[in-house]
Ligand binder design. Structure first.
Ligand SMILES: [Zn+2]
Length: 334
């Protein structure tokens, strides 16, 4: 009697255990299926389904948001150029469509893909970031004045209408060209920093001289209209900024030469220029239109044009090796 009961108990335990195991397996299969179901709803899955590699996906995850990845999955698809752009140091996900638009060209009625090895992708990324893929003075917008000394003024960013800085000061005759009654003005902090830079240059054996500073938007309008009336708009655009688009209207730009050289075509070969090129950032100034970068800045190389952005920012820009347009687009324009 006792034995029978024991056996019965034993077999019901067995049944119970088997049931548990079966349930566990069923649960795990269900769980895996469910996880698979969820995974198939992710952008990661959609990207891999398009034929991108695991390595591509890894890089996308470093540089793109989930919605960017959905944009690729839903709107762009498998694009043979896209990874070349994403790999670039200064890739900005918000510009992804603009980068890709540079890889197609319209020939009569057909859109063609250009050959991928034709491109320097870093250069294309830089161009789109600073907007020069658009014609000058198109897609323009009022610059973000909250950036303070770091405001960007170029052929796509203009100053607010009637902007005039309130803290302009005169540069002492000793440090500028022109007669005693002429004036060259810049904002107060710019002048103070210029004086420090003047001292630094002087210790290195140079004598800096300011040539041009603040120009009101009205003044710029007169200069620009004068050229435009005489020689047409494209000539005017090649030689002067449009009103509101000139850095000289910020009160933060200074054209600087030396006492011994004030010629635009010669200044770039002087030792003073070399000193400015490598030291001006210590005082908060950057060379605004560097050599070989006119396609990005929209201006020919100007060895004399310095822009005050503040010491901290100037050092960062100098160390980045970027033009201010590129630096601003990547680090400051948010
Ligand atoms: Zn200038």
């Amino acid at each position: 009697m006792k034995k029978k009961k024991k056996r019965k108990l034993k077999s019901s335990v067995k049944v119970f255990l088997i049931l548990v195991v079966v349930l566990c397996i069923a649960f795990n299969i269900g769980k895996t299926k469910y996880e698979e179901y969820l995974y198939k709803k992710t952008s990661d899955y959609a990207i891999l389904q398009l034929g991108y590699s695991e390595e591509d996906l890894k890089l996308m995850n470093e540089k793109l948001s989930d919605s960017d990845k959905w944009h690729i999955a839903n709107d762009i698809g498998n694009n043979e150029f896209i990874m070349n752009f994403i790999k670039c140091d200064y890739f900005l996900s918000k510009n992804i469509d603009s980068y890709l638009s540079l890889t197609v060209t319209k020939d009569e009625d057909f859109w063609h893909y250009k050959k991928p090895d034709y491109y320097n992708y870093d250069e294309l990324v830089a161009k789109v970031n600073v907007k020069v893929n658009n014609e000058y003075y198109t897609e323009t917008k009022e610059t973000d004045m909250s950036k303070g000394y770091g405001i960007l003024v170029n052929k796509y960013h203009y100053l607010p209408e009637n902007y005039a800085p309130e803290d302009l000061v005169n540069i002492d005759w000793k440090y500028r060209f022109g007669g005693k009654n002429d004036t060259i003005k810049v904002r107060e902090e710019v002048y103070n920093q210029f004086l420090k830079m003047w001292q630094g240059a002087n210790e290195a054996g140079f004598y800096l001289m300011a040539y041009s500073g603040y120009r009101s938007i009205d003044h710029q309008k007169r200069i620009y209209n004068d050229y435009a009336n005489k020689n047409g708009i494209s000539y005017a655009d090649s030689i002067a900024a449009r009103p509101g688009f000139s850095e000289h209207s910020t009160g933060l730009a200074l054209d600087i030469y030396s006492k011994t050289c004030s010629q635009a075509n010669l200044f770039k070969d002087t030792e003073v220029y070399k000193w400015l090129l490598n030291n001006s950032y210590k005082y908060g100034f950057i060379l605004r239109y560097p050599e070989g970068k006119s396609k990005l800045t929209g201006y020919n190389f100007e060895s004399w044009h310095y822009r005050y952005v503040g010491e901290e920012l100037a050092e960062k820009v100098y160390n980045s090796g970027l033009t201010y347009d590129e630096y601003y687009a990547f680090y400051l324009d948010n």
